[in-house]
Design a protein around this ligand. Structure first.
Ligand code: CTP
Ligand code: MG
Length: 566
């Protein structure tokens, strides 16, 4: 991390990072061997450092921006400033200061209510800007020095529909859909702020903790408005953890007493109960807290009203983070992977193959594995290597072991990939999307399992309708909840989609040509429902989450399918 903070390197990383998250302009082809990849850990460190020197401040209206900027500049120098509005229409400024020291100086000037126990102060990085009580100071000049980046512009569906309609090719449509809907910089910053807030609030009870986003918020496949998966874990990395354990057992004679867990519930259930209570009582912005403690991995769901994001918090599930790292790496290898996956995700939602509620259907995570698997096939080039290949190239620095001794080792630094493993495949996005549908319309789901470890179909170990091997825990099927009917629907819908794309080949542009005919919801005109990621559906009632399923214990299948990962 300290290396990252060297200015030159940060600048370089940010440049590469912006490339990755704004517009991917490179394909992983032989001609691109000189391209440098940034590792997932480097990006995470950069984002975490950014969050540690940032604040989110609620303001009255846009006219307060200058005043806030001028006010904060009195205490510290500002590096970057962003504006957004939450769905309640309230205004916020996300301010990044030059250093953590700067931020501390600003915090020293903050006040809080401390009158009674109901509102006893909590110091988190979410603040509000009080109206000036005396004569207003003039700050007109200050804001001009630093442009405010407006992050509140959500996708304008009407405009996007027109833009997609006017694209020259289906490939352009796929790229445009991705560029317009990908989780943007402020979306990522805010997610790291929400994680940072929990670290700040919980650290008075838990020493050396780290709260880290995982899932679509960080794996490169996230869209505007996607949920935020968070994991609370020990802040020590693998190597430090080993030396910490040995050191403390051997050298240090004074050892902290520990609290032993008591009672019928498991320790992780007890912790999640406590975190749920803390979220309700001590975390500004957190609301609608739901505890789902009977799942294999207990989670607490809540809605962060200030950051406008729905969150799922769990404990000690680093395998989820490593999984995100794996998906991130595969997505970074070739600039076509993320737009293609984005199109497939949009299509699957439009035809209701995926659904925000857990149940008997597919979710985005296994669907993404289906796309990655397709890109590993000989028919597709192949564009991506198998996970086994990445494992075979791993060095000592790549060793990672998650809970329950789960080996999550694979090559992290993609710059080390031998140049002869670069793809020769030149297919454009339209061709790849068509081939994807064609591939799965012929796939033998009844006998074969999908394994990105092998990069080829393997024999199914049981008769579940859809079998997608969990890449980091191969004895598990990440789609074990999917019913026979839903698997049949998948086969039908991929065939329909292939036909639709084939019918566009004549170049005639109807109002549902190309991607439009795939991603518009059948029931509604325009892109409205399609582009909304589903925030309004994310907080489902606990009853919904425990909805039926017949091949495993009915009460928990919904959750288990989502959390079976661990
Ligand atoms: N995960 C896993 N194994 C599973 C399910 C999930 O390892 N069986 C991990 C993956 O890293 C996944 C993350 O948990 O990305 C979050 O799961 P989920 O929220 O269901 O998927 P997302 O990828 O975040 O997609 P979405 O945008 O739909 O939330
Ligand atoms: Mg998620």
């Amino acid at each position: 991390m300290s290396v990252l903070l060297q200015t030159g390197k940060v600048y370089l990383l940010r440049k590469q990072f912006n490339n990755i998250f704004s517009k991917c302009i490179f394909y992983r082809k032989k001609s691109d061997v000189s391209r440098k990849f940034v590792t997932f850990d480097e990006i995470v460190a950069l984002r975490r450092a950014e969050a540690r020197r940032s604040l989110v401040v609620q303001v009255n209206s846009e006219s307060s921006f200058n005043e806030l900027h001028g006010y904060c500049s009195k205490y510290a120098s500002i590096n970057d400033i962003h504006h957004y509005r939450n769905s309640g229409g309230e205004h916020f400024m996300l301010i990044e200061f030059n250093s953590e020291e700067n931020l501390k100086d600003v915090l020293k000037s903050c006040s809080s209510h401390q009158k009674d126990v109901d509102v006893m102060g909590v110091q988190s990085p979410f603040l509000w800007f009080r109206a000036s009580s005396g004569v207003r100071e003039k700050y007109e000049q200050s804001i001009k020095q630093l442009a405010v980046k407006d992050g509140s512009k959500s996708v304008n569906e009407e405009v996007l529909y027109e833009e997609l309609l006017n694209c020259d090719s289906v490939s352009d449509q796929i790229q445009m859909l991705y560029d317009r809907t990908v989780l943007n910089d402020i979306g990522v910053r805010l997610r790291y702020m929400v994680a940072r807030q929990l670290e700040v609030v919980f650290s008075s009870l838990y020493a050396n903790i780290r709260v880290q986003p995982f899932g679509s918020s960080v794996n490169g496949f996230g869209r505007m408005g996607c949920d935020l998966d968070l994991v609370l874990s020990n802040n020590l990395d693998e190597h430090n953890l080993i030396s910490f354990v040995t050191q403390s057992s051997q050298k240090h004679r004074l050892v902290y007493q520990e609290k032993k867990s008591e009672g019928a519930r498991s320790p992780s259930q007890r912790h999640m109960e406590l975190l749920g209570a803390l979220l309700e009582l001590r975390v500004p912005g957190a609301g609608r807290v739901q505890r789902i403690l009977n799942a294999r991995v207990p989670i607490v769901k809540y809605s962060h009203e200030l950051a406008d994001v729905d969150c799922d918090l769990c404990c000690n599930n680093t395998s989820g983070v490593y999984m995100s790292e794996l998906l991130w790496a595969l997505g970074a290898l070739d600039a076509r992977v993320r737009p293609l996956t984005g199109a497939v995700r949009s299509w699957a939602r439009a035809v209701a193959l995926t659904n925000a509620h857990p149940g008997r259907w597919l979710t985005n995570f296994p669907l993404t594995l289906l796309v990655l698997f397709f890109l590993q096939q000989k028919q597709s080039g192949p564009i991506l290597p198998s996970l086994n290949y990445l494992i075979s190239l791993a060095g000592k620095e790549d060793i990672r072991v998650a809970e329950e001794n789960l080996n999550c080792t694979f090559l992290r630094d993609l710059n080390k990939l031998p140049t002869d493993s670069y793809s020769q495949n030149d297919d454009d996005l339209q061709t790849l999307l068509f081939k994807f549908f064609e591939f799965y319309s012929q796939f033998e789901f009844q006998d074969k399992a999908i394994s990105i470890n092998e990069g080829r179909a393997i024999r199914k170990p049981n008769s579940l309708p859809l079998y997608v091997v969990n890449p980091l825990e191969q004895s598990l099927n990440v789609s074990r909840n999917v019913s026979y009917e839903e698997c049949e629907r998948l086969r039908l819908e991929v065939r329909n989609a292939a036909w639709h794309l084939e019918s566009c080949l004549d170049g005639h542009k109807s109002d549902d040509w190309g991607i439009l005919g795939l991603v518009e919801q059948k029931s509604s005109r325009g892109l409205k429902k399609l582009l909304r990621v589903g925030n309004s559906h994310r907080l489902v009632s606990v009853k919904d989450l425990f909805k039926d399923n017949d091949d495993v214990e009915p009460s928990t299948e919904g959750i288990r399918s989502k959390m079976e990962k661990f």
